[in-house]
Design a protein around this ligand. Structure first.
Ligand code: KG4
Ligand code: ZN
Length: 337
Protein backbone atom coordinates (compact mmCIF):
# COMPACT_ATOMS: atom_id res chain seq x y z
CA UNK A 1 0.00 0.00 0.00
CA UNK A 2 1.28 3.49 -0.84
CA UNK A 3 2.20 6.17 1.69
CA UNK A 4 0.34 9.48 1.67
CA UNK A 5 1.81 12.14 3.89
CA UNK A 6 0.77 15.71 4.76
CA UNK A 7 3.60 18.10 5.67
CA UNK A 8 3.40 21.40 7.54
CA UNK A 9 6.02 24.19 7.62
CA UNK A 10 5.67 27.22 9.94
CA UNK A 11 9.19 27.99 11.19
CA UNK A 12 9.41 31.64 10.09
CA UNK A 13 7.20 33.78 7.86
CA UNK A 14 5.82 31.25 5.38
CA UNK A 15 2.83 29.07 6.21
CA UNK A 16 3.13 26.02 3.96
CA UNK A 17 1.54 22.62 3.42
CA UNK A 18 2.39 19.83 0.97
CA UNK A 19 0.99 16.42 0.13
CA UNK A 20 3.31 13.61 -0.92
CA UNK A 21 2.36 10.19 -2.26
CA UNK A 22 5.00 7.46 -2.56
CA UNK A 23 7.82 9.99 -2.66
CA UNK A 24 6.14 12.26 -5.25
CA UNK A 25 4.81 15.74 -4.44
CA UNK A 26 1.09 16.10 -5.33
CA UNK A 27 0.61 19.62 -3.93
CA UNK A 28 2.88 22.33 -2.55
CA UNK A 29 1.14 25.45 -1.18
CA UNK A 30 2.98 28.42 0.36
CA UNK A 31 1.31 31.49 1.90
CA UNK A 32 3.78 34.37 2.21
CA UNK A 33 3.25 36.85 5.03
CA UNK A 34 3.36 40.39 3.63
CA UNK A 35 2.59 41.96 7.04
CA UNK A 36 6.34 42.12 7.86
CA UNK A 37 7.31 44.30 4.88
CA UNK A 38 6.48 47.57 6.65
CA UNK A 39 8.83 46.64 9.55
CA UNK A 40 11.80 45.68 7.35
CA UNK A 41 12.09 42.23 8.96
CA UNK A 42 10.07 39.37 10.46
CA UNK A 43 8.15 40.35 13.63
CA UNK A 44 7.83 37.05 15.57
CA UNK A 45 4.50 37.86 17.28
CA UNK A 46 2.91 38.83 13.96
CA UNK A 47 4.31 35.72 12.28
CA UNK A 48 2.55 33.47 14.85
CA UNK A 49 -0.74 35.29 14.35
CA UNK A 50 -0.48 35.01 10.56
CA UNK A 51 0.24 31.27 10.85
CA UNK A 52 -2.90 30.92 13.00
CA UNK A 53 -4.94 32.59 10.26
CA UNK A 54 -3.35 30.76 7.34
CA UNK A 55 -2.81 27.22 8.50
CA UNK A 56 -6.28 25.76 7.95
CA UNK A 57 -6.87 27.36 4.51
CA UNK A 58 -3.34 26.40 3.35
CA UNK A 59 -3.80 22.76 4.41
CA UNK A 60 -7.29 22.66 2.86
CA UNK A 61 -5.89 23.99 -0.42
CA UNK A 62 -3.04 21.47 -0.45
CA UNK A 63 -5.43 18.54 0.12
CA UNK A 64 -7.81 19.85 -2.53
CA UNK A 65 -5.03 20.31 -5.12
CA UNK A 66 -3.73 16.80 -4.35
CA UNK A 67 -7.28 15.39 -4.54
CA UNK A 68 -6.69 13.67 -1.21
CA UNK A 69 -9.08 13.53 1.74
CA UNK A 70 -7.89 13.64 5.35
CA UNK A 71 -8.99 10.05 5.91
CA UNK A 72 -6.52 8.86 3.22
CA UNK A 73 -3.49 10.30 5.06
CA UNK A 74 -0.96 7.84 6.53
CA UNK A 75 1.17 10.37 8.45
CA UNK A 76 1.62 14.05 9.33
CA UNK A 77 5.12 15.57 9.15
CA UNK A 78 5.93 18.98 10.62
CA UNK A 79 8.86 21.33 11.23
CA UNK A 80 9.94 20.96 14.86
CA UNK A 81 12.78 23.50 14.52
CA UNK A 82 14.94 25.49 14.15
CA UNK A 83 12.80 28.61 13.92
CA UNK A 84 10.71 31.11 15.87
CA UNK A 85 9.05 29.48 18.89
CA UNK A 86 5.63 31.06 18.45
CA UNK A 87 5.62 30.26 14.74
CA UNK A 88 6.70 26.64 15.30
CA UNK A 89 4.03 26.19 17.98
CA UNK A 90 1.27 26.81 15.44
CA UNK A 91 2.47 24.13 12.99
CA UNK A 92 3.41 21.69 15.75
CA UNK A 93 0.03 21.99 17.52
CA UNK A 94 -1.85 21.66 14.26
CA UNK A 95 0.13 18.56 13.22
CA UNK A 96 -0.28 16.93 16.63
CA UNK A 97 -4.03 17.59 16.67
CA UNK A 98 -4.52 16.22 13.16
CA UNK A 99 -2.39 13.10 13.75
CA UNK A 100 -4.23 12.44 17.02
CA UNK A 101 -7.67 12.83 15.47
CA UNK A 102 -6.81 10.56 12.53
CA UNK A 103 -4.83 8.13 14.72
CA UNK A 104 -1.82 8.22 12.36
CA UNK A 105 1.93 8.69 13.02
CA UNK A 106 3.45 12.10 13.65
CA UNK A 107 6.88 12.78 12.11
CA UNK A 108 9.09 15.66 13.28
CA UNK A 109 11.46 17.21 10.76
CA UNK A 110 14.53 19.43 11.18
CA UNK A 111 14.01 22.45 8.88
CA UNK A 112 17.70 22.67 7.88
CA UNK A 113 17.89 18.94 7.07
CA UNK A 114 14.73 19.41 5.01
CA UNK A 115 16.34 22.19 2.94
CA UNK A 116 19.00 19.61 1.99
CA UNK A 117 16.43 16.86 1.38
CA UNK A 118 14.75 19.14 -1.21
CA UNK A 119 17.35 17.60 -3.55
CA UNK A 120 15.45 14.31 -3.34
CA UNK A 121 12.15 15.69 -4.64
CA UNK A 122 13.15 15.62 -8.31
CA UNK A 123 15.92 13.87 -10.26
CA UNK A 124 18.89 13.93 -10.34
CA UNK A 125 19.57 13.09 -6.68
CA UNK A 126 23.08 13.62 -5.32
CA UNK A 127 24.71 10.29 -4.38
CA UNK A 128 25.68 9.70 -0.73
CA UNK A 129 27.90 10.93 0.75
CA UNK A 130 27.83 14.50 -0.58
CA UNK A 131 28.78 17.93 0.72
CA UNK A 132 26.03 20.55 1.04
CA UNK A 133 26.35 24.29 1.62
CA UNK A 134 23.09 25.32 3.32
CA UNK A 135 22.50 29.06 3.15
CA UNK A 136 19.38 30.73 4.53
CA UNK A 137 18.16 33.74 6.48
CA UNK A 138 19.24 32.24 9.79
CA UNK A 139 21.93 29.68 8.94
CA UNK A 140 25.13 29.14 6.94
CA UNK A 141 26.33 25.57 7.26
CA UNK A 142 28.64 23.07 5.57
CA UNK A 143 27.10 19.63 5.98
CA UNK A 144 28.33 16.13 5.13
CA UNK A 145 25.23 14.19 4.11
CA UNK A 146 25.79 10.43 4.52
CA UNK A 147 22.14 9.30 4.28
CA UNK A 148 18.67 10.93 4.29
CA UNK A 149 18.66 10.89 8.08
CA UNK A 150 22.40 11.05 8.72
CA UNK A 151 23.94 14.52 8.43
CA UNK A 152 26.84 16.23 10.22
CA UNK A 153 27.96 19.85 10.32
CA UNK A 154 31.64 20.46 9.52
CA UNK A 155 31.49 24.27 9.50
CA UNK A 156 29.04 27.09 10.17
CA UNK A 157 28.82 30.81 10.74
CA UNK A 158 30.12 32.14 14.02
CA UNK A 159 27.90 35.25 13.81
CA UNK A 160 25.41 36.34 11.09
CA UNK A 161 23.98 34.10 8.38
CA UNK A 162 24.73 34.99 4.76
CA UNK A 163 21.00 35.59 4.09
CA UNK A 164 21.06 38.13 6.90
CA UNK A 165 24.04 39.86 5.27
CA UNK A 166 22.05 40.10 2.01
CA UNK A 167 18.93 41.37 3.82
CA UNK A 168 20.81 43.92 5.95
CA UNK A 169 22.66 45.25 2.90
CA UNK A 170 19.31 45.65 1.16
CA UNK A 171 17.97 47.56 4.17
CA UNK A 172 20.97 49.94 4.12
CA UNK A 173 20.28 50.52 0.43
CA UNK A 174 16.61 51.32 1.13
CA UNK A 175 15.32 48.16 -0.59
CA UNK A 176 12.24 46.38 0.86
CA UNK A 177 12.37 43.17 2.97
CA UNK A 178 13.34 40.44 2.19
CA UNK A 179 16.10 42.16 0.30
CA UNK A 180 18.17 39.17 -0.87
CA UNK A 181 16.26 38.66 -4.14
CA UNK A 182 16.38 42.43 -4.87
CA UNK A 183 20.14 42.66 -4.30
CA UNK A 184 20.43 39.70 -6.68
CA UNK A 185 18.28 41.42 -9.33
CA UNK A 186 20.27 44.70 -9.22
CA UNK A 187 23.58 42.80 -9.08
CA UNK A 188 22.88 41.30 -12.49
CA UNK A 189 23.14 44.79 -14.03
CA UNK A 190 26.25 45.89 -12.10
CA UNK A 191 30.02 45.52 -12.02
CA UNK A 192 31.07 43.01 -9.30
CA UNK A 193 34.53 44.58 -9.04
CA UNK A 194 33.38 48.22 -8.74
CA UNK A 195 33.78 48.39 -4.94
CA UNK A 196 36.09 45.81 -3.33
CA UNK A 197 35.25 44.68 0.23
CA UNK A 198 37.74 42.81 2.40
CA UNK A 199 36.90 39.18 3.13
CA UNK A 200 37.16 37.88 6.73
CA UNK A 201 40.10 35.74 7.73
CA UNK A 202 38.52 32.88 9.72
CA UNK A 203 40.48 29.68 10.28
CA UNK A 204 39.00 26.27 9.47
CA UNK A 205 35.60 25.75 7.89
CA UNK A 206 33.59 28.34 9.84
CA UNK A 207 32.20 31.53 8.32
CA UNK A 208 31.81 35.10 9.56
CA UNK A 209 29.66 37.80 7.96
CA UNK A 210 29.37 40.48 10.64
CA UNK A 211 32.63 42.21 9.62
CA UNK A 212 31.58 42.48 5.96
CA UNK A 213 28.22 43.87 7.06
CA UNK A 214 29.97 46.59 9.12
CA UNK A 215 32.40 47.31 6.26
CA UNK A 216 29.44 47.87 3.91
CA UNK A 217 27.79 50.20 6.45
CA UNK A 218 30.96 52.33 6.90
CA UNK A 219 31.62 52.37 3.16
CA UNK A 220 28.12 53.67 2.42
CA UNK A 221 28.28 56.26 5.22
CA UNK A 222 31.59 57.62 3.90
CA UNK A 223 30.36 57.76 0.30
CA UNK A 224 27.03 59.38 1.24
CA UNK A 225 28.89 62.16 3.08
CA UNK A 226 30.54 63.23 -0.20
CA UNK A 227 27.59 62.43 -2.46
CA UNK A 228 24.04 62.12 -1.02
CA UNK A 229 22.94 60.43 -4.27
CA UNK A 230 25.71 57.79 -4.11
CA UNK A 231 23.28 54.88 -3.60
CA UNK A 232 20.84 55.78 -6.35
CA UNK A 233 23.67 56.51 -8.79
CA UNK A 234 25.54 53.26 -8.03
CA UNK A 235 22.87 50.80 -6.88
CA UNK A 236 23.64 48.04 -9.40
CA UNK A 237 27.42 48.27 -8.84
CA UNK A 238 27.03 48.23 -5.03
CA UNK A 239 24.73 45.18 -5.18
CA UNK A 240 27.05 43.36 -7.61
CA UNK A 241 30.11 44.11 -5.45
CA UNK A 242 28.42 42.97 -2.20
CA UNK A 243 27.06 39.82 -3.85
CA UNK A 244 30.46 39.04 -5.36
CA UNK A 245 32.10 39.36 -1.91
CA UNK A 246 29.49 37.21 -0.11
CA UNK A 247 29.53 34.51 -2.80
CA UNK A 248 33.31 34.38 -2.86
CA UNK A 249 33.42 33.93 0.96
CA UNK A 250 31.05 30.96 0.53
CA UNK A 251 32.99 29.46 -2.36
CA UNK A 252 36.38 29.73 -0.60
CA UNK A 253 35.12 27.61 2.31
CA UNK A 254 33.23 25.22 0.07
CA UNK A 255 36.42 24.51 -1.91
CA UNK A 256 38.40 24.07 1.32
CA UNK A 257 35.77 21.62 2.68
CA UNK A 258 35.58 19.66 -0.59
CA UNK A 259 39.35 19.24 -0.52
CA UNK A 260 39.53 18.37 3.17
CA UNK A 261 36.76 15.75 2.89
CA UNK A 262 37.74 14.56 -0.60
CA UNK A 263 34.22 15.19 -1.87
CA UNK A 264 33.33 15.86 -5.51
CA UNK A 265 29.54 15.82 -5.21
CA UNK A 266 28.55 19.29 -4.07
CA UNK A 267 25.05 20.66 -3.40
CA UNK A 268 23.64 23.97 -2.21
CA UNK A 269 20.36 24.44 -0.35
CA UNK A 270 18.27 27.07 1.47
CA UNK A 271 16.87 30.46 0.45
CA UNK A 272 20.19 31.95 -0.69
CA UNK A 273 20.72 28.98 -3.05
CA UNK A 274 18.28 30.87 -5.32
CA UNK A 275 20.96 33.55 -5.75
CA UNK A 276 22.09 33.83 -9.37
CA UNK A 277 25.67 34.75 -8.43
CA UNK A 278 26.03 31.70 -6.17
CA UNK A 279 24.48 29.37 -8.76
CA UNK A 280 26.83 30.74 -11.43
CA UNK A 281 29.83 30.37 -9.13
CA UNK A 282 28.88 26.70 -8.54
CA UNK A 283 28.62 26.05 -12.27
CA UNK A 284 32.07 27.61 -12.75
CA UNK A 285 33.54 25.56 -9.89
CA UNK A 286 32.08 22.43 -11.49
CA UNK A 287 34.46 23.10 -14.40
CA UNK A 288 37.52 24.31 -12.51
CA UNK A 289 37.32 21.86 -9.56
CA UNK A 290 35.91 18.86 -11.42
CA UNK A 291 32.81 18.85 -9.19
CA UNK A 292 29.42 17.36 -9.90
CA UNK A 293 27.10 20.14 -8.65
CA UNK A 294 23.45 19.97 -7.58
CA UNK A 295 21.33 23.14 -7.55
CA UNK A 296 17.79 22.93 -6.15
CA UNK A 297 14.80 23.97 -8.29
CA UNK A 298 13.87 27.60 -7.50
CA UNK A 299 10.53 26.65 -5.92
CA UNK A 300 12.34 24.45 -3.38
CA UNK A 301 15.09 26.95 -2.41
CA UNK A 302 13.10 29.21 -0.09
CA UNK A 303 10.85 27.88 2.67
CA UNK A 304 8.22 25.38 1.54
CA UNK A 305 6.52 22.22 2.85
CA UNK A 306 7.50 19.93 -0.06
CA UNK A 307 10.96 19.70 1.52
CA UNK A 308 9.38 18.86 4.89
CA UNK A 309 7.32 16.18 3.13
CA UNK A 310 10.30 14.47 1.48
CA UNK A 311 12.38 14.61 4.68
CA UNK A 312 9.39 13.29 6.65
CA UNK A 313 8.82 10.53 4.09
CA UNK A 314 12.34 9.14 4.66
CA UNK A 315 11.82 9.25 8.43
CA UNK A 316 8.45 7.54 7.95
CA UNK A 317 10.12 4.74 5.96
CA UNK A 318 12.61 4.35 8.82
CA UNK A 319 9.62 4.19 11.25
CA UNK A 320 11.09 7.20 13.06
CA UNK A 321 7.92 8.62 14.63
CA UNK A 322 7.41 11.32 17.26
CA UNK A 323 5.39 11.16 20.45
CA UNK A 324 2.30 13.28 21.10
CA UNK A 325 4.26 14.85 23.99
CA UNK A 326 6.63 16.59 21.57
CA UNK A 327 7.17 20.37 21.64
CA UNK A 328 8.99 22.72 19.22
CA UNK A 329 12.75 23.14 19.39
CA UNK A 330 13.70 26.68 18.26
CA UNK A 331 17.43 25.86 18.23
CA UNK A 332 17.12 22.30 16.90
CA UNK A 333 20.68 21.31 15.91
CA UNK A 334 22.27 19.11 13.27
CA UNK A 335 25.09 17.21 15.03
CA UNK A 336 28.69 18.21 14.36
CA UNK A 337 31.15 15.68 13.05
O1 KG4 B 1 15.50 29.34 3.56
P1 KG4 B 1 14.76 30.62 3.64
O2 KG4 B 1 13.54 30.81 2.79
O3 KG4 B 1 14.31 30.90 5.12
C1 KG4 B 1 15.08 30.57 6.21
O4 KG4 B 1 15.08 29.37 6.59
O5 KG4 B 1 15.78 31.50 6.69
O6 KG4 B 1 15.82 31.76 3.34
C2 KG4 B 1 15.46 33.11 3.33
C3 KG4 B 1 16.69 33.94 2.98
C4 KG4 B 1 16.46 35.44 3.12
O7 KG4 B 1 17.57 35.99 3.79
C5 KG4 B 1 16.39 35.90 1.67
O8 KG4 B 1 16.79 37.24 1.48
C6 KG4 B 1 17.37 34.94 1.01
O9 KG4 B 1 17.07 33.70 1.61
N1 KG4 B 1 17.20 34.87 -0.46
C7 KG4 B 1 18.14 35.33 -1.32
C8 KG4 B 1 17.62 35.11 -2.62
N2 KG4 B 1 16.38 34.52 -2.49
C9 KG4 B 1 16.15 34.38 -1.15
N3 KG4 B 1 19.35 35.88 -1.10
C10 KG4 B 1 20.06 36.23 -2.19
N4 KG4 B 1 19.63 36.08 -3.47
C11 KG4 B 1 18.43 35.52 -3.72
N5 KG4 B 1 18.01 35.36 -4.99
ZN1 ZN C 1 14.50 27.88 5.53
Amino acid sequence: MGVILLAIESSCDETAAAVLKDGKILANVVANQTVHEQYGGVVPELASREHQKNIIPVVAQALQEAKITKSELNAVAFTRGPGLLGALLVGTSFAKGLALSLNIPLVEVNHMEAHIMAHFIDEPHPPFPFLCLTVSGGHTQLVIVSAPTKMHIIGETIDDAVGEAFDKTAKLLGLPYPGGPMVDAYAQKGNPRAFPFTKPNIEGLNFSFSGVKTAILYFLRAQLKDNPDFITENLADICASVQHTLVSILLDKLKQAAQQYQCRHIAIAGGVSANSGLRQALETAAQTEGWQVYLPAFEYCTDNAAMIAIAGYHKYLAQDFSSQAISPMPRMPIPTL
